[in-house]
Design a protein around this ligand. Structure first.
Ligand SMILES: NC(=O)c1ccc[n+]([C@@H]2O[C@H](COP(=O)([O-])OP(=O)(O)OC[C@H]3O[C@@H](n4cnc5c(N)ncnc54)[C@H](OP(=O)(O)O)[C@@H]3O)[C@@H](O)[C@H]2O)c1
Length: 321
């Protein structure tokens, strides 16, 4: 049964015809990304499903049979910056414009030791943030060709921390090279970086026709954390009946991204943070969520930090000014 406190898209947004519009959704084969894709296709859009495992994307897309819109699966491995560059250039060969980009994919390295991508980035932040940063920057020119375009990056309630422990990005050692690795810290920092990036990009693109948003989707009953191996999968299966009433279906968890991609109202709040309801906020007043809402974490609202993060990110992913 659906939760009563879930925030849903309004009827006008839900029934918009987006035929002719082109979207990219990363991590589109699973969980929140799959449901985000399904709704966009249902409303007539064409979605490029950017998947690490294209076969899994094709398999998942079989469930779109009979929907109004269309889709294409393309390979994208966010753990490999060359794969991101290849995706962007392939996309630009095929498509003249991009109406919406959902930077949705994410993972957490569940191990106690840091792992690094082939580009030397800590994997959690490398995949969840840096891969999406490069992807977005490379697609901005194509987004500008659309009548108007929207970028959504999926963050998490976890970015907020608590009054005693507000997470922050450590610009002096963002990839955990000289400090002790902690997987929760890595995930939290990746998600603070995501909120800051939407903030900076929203400001930078003001007046360009492109709007941005960061999102907490809710506590999704997705495959998230399943990469932690057999023990983690078993632990998740055992816990599920006990957490069920606190969690959201993947359809519920796709609502916030969809609102940011489709609604007229989201256009008025470029750069903002949008959240589904969530029992996981330590700050009780945030638990009802909000479209948009103010992040309780001041580090995620710091524009100076956001600019420094973006400058550092450009260096790290090899984008020349
Ligand atoms: N689940 C929650 O409660 C929750 C709460 C807050 C925020 N979030 C965020 O929501 C987003 C969606 O997660 P989900 O809950 O839907 O989990 P999910 O079912 O595990 O989906 C994650 C997606 O990310 C993809 N991915 C992982 N590594 C990738 C890579 N290197 N390159 C490209 N794609 C990659 C996965 O592909 P594979 O299938 O190939 O692994 C999968 O499609 C994530 O950003 C997550 O941090 C989730």
């Amino acid at each position: 049964m659906a939760r009563k406190d879930v925030i849903w898209m309004d009827e006008k947004t839900k029934s918009k015809d987006v035929s002719g519009k082109v979207y990219v959704v990363t991590g589109a084969n699973s969980g929140v990304g799959l449901e985000t894709t399904r709704h966009l296709v249902k409303q007539g859009g064409h979605v490029v499903m950017a998947c690490r495992r294209p076969g899994a994307g094709e398999e998942a897309a079989k469930s779109f049979a009979g929907l109004k819109g269309s889709f294409e699966v393309m390979k994208l491995d966010l753990a490999d910056l060359q794969s991101v560059r290849d995706f962007a250039s392939e996309f630009k060969k095929k498509y003249q414009k991009l109406d919406g980009l959902a930077c949705n994919a994410g993972m957490v390295n569940m191990e106690s030791e840091a792992k690094y991508t082939k580009d030397g980035l800590e994997t959690t932040i490398g995949i969840s943030y840096f891969g999406h940063f490069l992807l977005t920057e490379l697609l901005l020119d194509t987004m500008k060709k659309a009548e108007s375009s929207r970028m959504v990056i999926v963050s998490s309630v976890i970015h907020a921390g608590s009054a005693k422990n507000r997470h922050d990005v450590h610009l002096d050692d963002i990839n955990f090279k000289n400090r002790k690795f902690n997987n929760f810290a890595a995930y939290s920092e990746a998600k603070v970086a995501s909120v800051l990036y939407a903030l900076e990009l929203g400001k930078r693109l003001k007046g360009s026709g492109i709007t941005t948003a960061s999102v907490h989707p809710g506590w999704a009953r997705s495959n998230f954390g399943g990469g932690g191996g057999a023990f983690m999968k078993l632990a998740m299966a055992v816990m599920r009946p006990f957490t069920y009433h606190m969690t959201n279906s993947n359809e519920e968890s796709a609502q916030t991204s969809l609102h940011c991609l489709l609604s007229d109202d989201a256009l008025k709040h470029s750069g903002a943070y949008f959240s589904q309801q969530s029992v996981l906020y330590s700050d009780k007043e945030c638990r009802k969520g909000g479209w948009p809402m103010t992040s309780p974490n001041p580090n995620a609202r710091d524009m100076d930090k956001a600019r420094k993060l973006v400058a550092k990110s450009r260096e790290i992913v090899g984008l020349v000014q």
